[in-house]
Write a protein that binds this ligand. Sequence first.
Ligand code: ADP
Length: 417
Amino acid sequence: MKDAEIRLQRLEQILEISRELASMTALEPLLGKIVAVATELTDSEGASILLQDPHTGELRFHTAVGDPQLANISVPIEGSIAGTVLTSRQPLIVPDTRVEPRHYKKVGQRIGSETHSLLAVPLQIKERCIGVLEAVNRRGDRAFSQEDVETLMALAAQAAVAIENARLVEVLRKANEQLGQLDRLKSDFIAVASHELRTPLSLILLYAAVLRQRLGEAAETQLDAVQRAAMRLKSIIDTMLNLRYLETGQMDLRPTRFDLRSEVKGACEDYEALAESGGLVLRAELPDEPVSMCADQEKVRVMLDNLVANSVKFTPPGGHVRVTVCRRDDEVEVVVADTGIGIPAHELERIFDRFYQVEDHMIRRHGGMGLGLAIVKGLVELHGGRVWAESVLDQGSRFIVVLPTRAGDSSSLRSSE
Ligand code: ADP
């Protein structure tokens, strides 16, 4: 084969390998692959990669073919071959290491193997050099050629990008893991705090009832206020616990058969007074025929309560909130529509995340913890249904819930595992 053909063949090989390298995101196997390919392409006895620690600046062997013991040995930047290549960013051929003063002999001594000839090229990304790729001992007693330099440089260019990507993936993976840990800590804290709050709260409610009996009408107004505040606290704690149960798959469904219209009516009646005091018209538009379904009645009511409460909360005076129910084959669709403040398009997905609120916490005009929609979504999905929002800013929002009418049948339930 002519020289030109050999070169072309090598470059084609590198192109092919670079695709494979680009798809490898785990650092160790990637480095292993690079040294194996470097050994093969330069027809050498071995190859190794040295990477510079981005924090300490130390240059250290990472992976080596032929000399696995090399891993982690560090090499001085001043006065070593690898160090020279790293700082000059130029390739270097050492035909005979015995007469090369920069050859770092300590490495050979430590691992008991000998390097005769060596070719070292920089692992470079644009202007930044992240390490050095070395091929050692050309087979057949031949010296490293200019073609070998070209080949190894081409491989190093691809390898450097792949190494950098794998490192970034690793950083992201670690950051993700830390976020997961923080999230677990937050969930555990919520669980512990809600459990701990429950006992003193029960006592407050109990003593409020005792005092009401003893004092009679004398302190009725004050005791009403205590009881209302305690009940509000109880509902916040229940919300936090519900979310916890949903997240950990501990939420059970207790399905019964019921008419969905009665739950929609109930939710609208409960928020009637609030809507009226806010100058809103709250209306349920229900079919004449019963909408029979098999689901957890209490939890369906929690979904409806949350959606109606939000619409009432986020609709300014003079507006409308309308709840419609529509049956289609074996599904029911409930739409809670309002003429309220609306939700920006890019927030529509995120509002179902835990603790997510569109309004800035510091300048919030509306109360709430940002858990209602997360619970709605969890409960809907537990029933094998789906929920989403549509909205036009400053004009209003529509929350659509679709539930299977036989959500309570075990076959149609989403596994909570
Ligand atoms: P909370 O109401 O306690 O803040 P939710 O999880 O129920 O929490 O809702 C999350 C956020 O979604 C709200 O803070 C609000 O920004 C937005 N949102 C929910 N419902 C509506 C609605 N009907 N109109 C406008 N914004 C809404």
